[in-house]
Design a protein around this ligand. Structure first.
Ligand code: ADP
Length: 507
């Protein structure tokens, strides 16, 4: 409790005030006081003296306790206010206490005043302390609420950012054209994109989706070793394997493993991709085959040419030797063969770059075919031309002859059993169709669609007949340049018909 409380006494009767002070001192209360009798003095004392408690007479000639209480409530609501009065009546006391007056003491029972003052001061103190505690609590609660809200916001933002980045990552994994997956640092696969399920036909819910079911058994050991090595380096790497498709066939894939690191460089997971390189591998294979065929094809006439030249060298001083003309003819044939091969190579490379030169003029197809057959000298092949004699096209006659000669050469090489070859010309709507028909062994149906590809040779042993697998590819490019079509109809045992069409020239 406050040691020496300051008491403001509002009393118009100074005898009563003395009595009151004496009584308080008697009860052992140490206090200082100020006595006021008017409203002005009361208001000044409230502002300057700032009492700890107010003792007020109930009614004074110029003032009354109720007004005094109301004034005090405005500026100092915490100061206890006790009415000390002669007689005010029970109801008035109840009314005043209801209003907030702290207590009431009758002037006749002043002995109880000291105890009431003490209690009022203690209550005020407790109330003040409670107010401070409440205020502190309120501030702390407000701080906590703010902190909580801030934390909640941070967690929400963080979660949102994570969800978004996860969503972006998954999206990216779904949009790339490759099979993709992620490996944990321990090596287990924890995600596959849809392409994996499309390619393998596995069901994400029910099937064992381990990467090992994908890899060809012959590649498995090696690839697991490579996986391990790459994971040790923490830098990523790649290798090739055959991957099993839903239909059970295997296709070559390039497997790439890349580490994903956090901002501080810590390894987090591995991202793997498998790119289908089957076509690339086939092309590579075809290219390798082509190089070996081309070297072989060039070596044969070159060897023959070298041998002929050696023989010519031996008889150089005998210009009348009977073998001389045959040797010269042989040398010519060999060099023509080399020339033809080089010509094919050049044409194929030009065709590939779309640079085949075409000088189109009006030509009657029948005449061009007839002239081509006349110039095409071969002992073994009888060629005849039938069909439309008048239909004309806008084309490069030399290039069209090149196509026909290629068809004739192929017939001579691959349809040796055919006693004759026919060229048939027919006009169909706005096109003219030129067919070269042989009665050779025909071509297996599964090979037909590849015949016009570059480097393709149906007899892949490649050694029976000379050729680079370029002839039909060059023909295709020539016909394409003329806006025509090219194709083949063939049946095993029933010969082949190689044909092309050209738009009819109508002027
Ligand atoms: P090349 O004759 O140099 O091999 P081509 O592109 O001219 O190349 O022919 C491709 C393949 O088509 C040949 O290797 C051959 O297997 C097949 N072929 C072409 N013409 C015939 C034909 N008339 N009869 C059977 N097979 C043929």
């Amino acid at each position: 409790m406050i040691a020496d409380p300051k008491i403001l006494i509002l009393e118009d009767d100074s005898t009563d005030a003395d009595l009151l002070c004496r009584q308080l001192k008697k009860s052992g209360l140490n206090f200082t006081f100020q006595l006021v009798q008017t409203r002005i003095a009361y208001e000044l004392a409230l502002a300057n003296f700032i009492p700890d408690i107010i003792l007020s007479d109930y009614s004074m000639p110029s003032f009354d306790a109720e007004t005094a209480f109301d004034i005090k409530q405005i500026s100092h609501p915490q100061i206890p206010f006790i009415i000390v009065s002669g007689f005010i009546g029970e109801e008035n006391v109840v009314e005043l206490i209801k209003k907030g007056v702290t207590d009431y003491v009758s002037k006749n029972t002043l002995v109880s005043l000291s105890a009431k003052i003490k209690r009022a001061l203690r209550d005020t103190e407790i109330a003040a302390e409670k107010l401070i505690t409440d205020e502190r609590l309120r501030a702390q609660t407000a701080e906590l609420i703010d902190l909580n809200a801030e934390l909640e916001e941070r967690v929400t933002n963080r979660t949102k950012a994570l969800v978004e980045s996860e969503y972006r990552f998954r999206n990216m994994m779904e949009t790339i054209p490759q099979i993709a997956w992620t490996n944990t640092m321990a090596g287990t696969v924890n995600f596959f994109n849809q392409r994996w399920y499309d390619y393998t036909g596995l069901n994400p819910e029910t099937d064992n989706w381990d990467i090992e079911v994908f890899i060809h058994p012959d590649d498995l050991k090696d690839s697991l070793n490579k996986f391990r090595q790459i994971r040790k380096t923490n830098q990523g790497g790649e290798f090739q394997i055959r991957g099993k498709r839903a239909d059970g066939t295997y296709r070559w894939h390039l497997l790439r493993l890349m580490p994903i690191k956090s901002i501080d460089g810590k390894m987090q997971l591995w991202v793997g991709t498998a790119t289908d390189i089957q076509e690339l591998r086939l092309l590579q294979q075809q290219k390798d085959d082509f190089i070996s065929i081309a070297s072989h094809e060039l070596r044969t006439p070159m060897t023959s040419l070298k041998a002929t030249l050696q023989m010519l060298d031996r008889i150089k001083n005998k210009p009348s030797a009977p073998i001389l003309p045959a040797l010269i003819e042989q040398a010519n044939k060999s060099s023509e063969k080399v020339n033809a091969l080089i010509e094919d190579l050049l044409n194929a490379s030009k065709a590939n770059e779309g640079q085949l030169n075409i000088q189109a003029k009006r030509m009657v197809v029948f005449n061009v075919a007839e002239e081509c057959i006349r110039q095409y000298k071969t002992e073994s092949l009888r060629i005849e031309v039938t069909g439309d004699r008048t239909v004309a096209v806008l084309a490069d006659a030399a290039r069209i002859e090149q196509v026909l000669v290629n068809f004739f050469n192929n017939a001579a090489k691959y349809a040796q059993s055919s006693d004759k070859v026919s060229v048939h010309i027919e006009k169909i709507d706005d096109s003219v169709k030129v067919s070269v028909i042989d009665h050779g062994p025909g071509i297996p149906p599964e090979k037909l669609r590849y015949l016009f590809d570059r480097y393709y040779r149906a007899d892949s042993s490649g050694s029976r007949y000379a050729g680079l697998g370029l002839g039909l590819f060059i023909c295709t490019e020539i016909i394409k340049k003329h806006k025509g079509q090219i194709g083949v109809n063939s049946e095993l045992g029933n010969g082949s018909t190689f044909w092309f069409t050209l738009p009819v020239f109508s002027a």
